[in-house]
Design a protein around this ligand. Sequence first.
Ligand SMILES: C[S@@+](CC[C@H](N)C(=O)[O-])C[C@H]1O[C@@H](n2cnc3c(N)ncnc32)[C@H](O)[C@@H]1O
Length: 355
Amino acid sequence: MTDARGTATFLLRYCRAGFEAECALEIAAWAAGVPMGEVLGGSGFVVLGLPRAAADSIDALTDWRRAIFARQSLIAFAHLAALARADRLTPIMAALNERGERYSDAWVEAPETDEGKALAPFCKSFGNALIGGLKTARLLDPNAPRRLHAFFPQSDNVYLAAADPRMSAPWPQGIPRLKFPREAPSRSTLKLEEALMTLLDGSERERWLKPGMNAVDLGAAPGGWTWQLVRRSLRVTAVDNGPMDAALMQSGLVAHAREDGFRFRPKKPVDWMVCDMVEQPRRIAELVARWFADGWCRHSIFNLKLPMKKRYAETMLCLDLIRGKLAGAGREVELRARQLYHDREEITVFCRLRK
Ligand SMILES: C[S@@+](CC[C@H](N)C(=O)[O-])C[C@H]1O[C@@H](n2cnc3c(N)ncnc32)[C@H](O)[C@@H]1O
């Protein structure tokens, strides 16, 4: 199968292992009406054959920022199977030479599963061999517009894809590797850091997260999310009956409110409300809608802990609930949702008031 440009064969998406069905349902919803191929993927990724009719949707399908359940979204132009252990490079270079495209870089990747992790040493050494092969074939050019991805579901087969860096996640495997800051009170801190990094772009972070702004953190203890906001010099009201980290409280930027996050009301509207309370997703969606409908905040990042079953349907239901309630209140919001690398059975959502 090829697209109108004669190149695309498969849509290849990496996801959290166990979320392949949600990843496929999301693609099906976007490409409604387009006859897609079968799901060919396995654990930690989804592959769909792309018929010619899907060509128009390709740009939308590859934009990783628009996907909730995909960590990376690529158009693969070849799948080479039954590769010989002794020499995988020759058939791969033959396919690349035939295509003749130059690449700015080459990433060799595997799924983020136990099987995929066992391939990490191979991916590293094969990455060097592939770069060498591209150089020899004069197919490596730092100014080329696209990057080459060689994705090995197993060691004997590979998908080859070319990615536009503006449309694809800028990290191998689509995973931002963040270092845990030693002073942060909890590992949850990485979730908010990743959310700010992936749900907002650089200019939005500068405009919407300014020193001196104020925020409310619902379900704040021990303070990993609050710590991220304080690090950016925001003033935070941390709402939780549990204890907050003592060192964080000494920053002078945090007020601790020992209250129920569902009952708490800010005295004045705030710039941000963040929420990491472990609760039913619909209750959180209702709460977020209330905050925006009543004008209590302008921006929010919150987690939706997903149920065991019908996770895609529940995601859509919660996002629609927020949009619907706010439309009813005469307000329009923008929602961006994503299952982060640091999320488990949950997704993280950014919401902002448009008007
Ligand atoms: C996952 S932890 C939050 C971790 C925090 N974001 C961090 O980075 O350290 C969930 C927190 O929500 C709090 N929580 C749960 N239900 C709550 C409620 N109704 N009101 C206030 N806090 C609540 C719990 O006490 C717990 O501290």
